[in-house]
Unconditional design. Structure first.
Length: 204
């Protein structure tokens, strides 16, 4: 998993509340267990009309936001089903950070397992960043995970809280497999002891 340290990029404003996982990646695209190939399908029903043409008014179709790395969203982002394809689609598009007043728990935890930083902030801070994000091409923000700070286009700084364990995982680029591999020496020691004590368990 790619490490998350400092991220600078354009922030897209998505003030809609209750953006669920089916909006993020509709169910008809959940046919693969690969983590890539979902960029075009992200927010599919919001980005395209019935004929497959882009809907010009949708934020990620606007020239200023086509390469956004951050989303500033309405509350309860990621609600609905628990599909891990939702963070996969965001990541494949290039989104590495989502800022909101609140997130659905499963989506929130899935983000950390895929290298995305979800930031919870008070309503007034989200409103300030939403206003910043509406500046179009000038809506550039910097997210510093180590300092736990967001710097807006005008230089203003907003601090955010994060559990130390989740912060460490992102800084080191550790998903569940990575966390397990950090203990490979202990695993090898345990397996060696078990094989010596119960060799019949590993007999072919």
């Amino acid at each position: 998993m790619e490490k998350f340290t400092t991220l600078t990029g354009v922030a897209a404003p998505m003030p809609m509340i209750n953006i669920d996982t089916d909006m993020i990646i509709p169910k008809q695209f959940l046919k693969s267990i690969k983590r890539t190939g979902y960029a075009e399908q992200l927010f599919f029903e919001l980005r395209y009309d019935d004929d497959g043409n882009e809907i010009e008014d949708f934020v990620l179709n606007k020239p200023a936001y086509r390469e956004s790395k951050i989303i500033v969203a309405g509350e309860n982002f990621g609600c609905g089903s628990s599909r891990e394809h939702a963070p996969w689609a965001l990541l494949d598009f290039g989104i590495r950070c989502v800022i909101s007043e609140s997130f659905a728990d499963i989506f929130y935890n899935n983000c950390f397992k895929n290298g995305i930083l979800p930031i919870k902030l008070p309503k007034e801070d989200v409103a300030k960043l939403m206003d910043d994000a509406e500046r179009g091409a000038n809506a550039t923000m910097t997210v510093d995970l180590e300092k736990q700070e967001i710097t807006g286009p005008d230089g203003g700084v907003i601090k955010f809280d994060l559990h130390p364990f989740l912060k460490e995982c992102l800084l080191e680029g550790l998903d569940d497999i990575g966390l397990t591999m950090k203990k490979v020496d202990k695993i090898d020691t345990y397996e060696s002891k078990q094989q010596a004590a119960q060799p019949w368990l590993s007999a072919s």
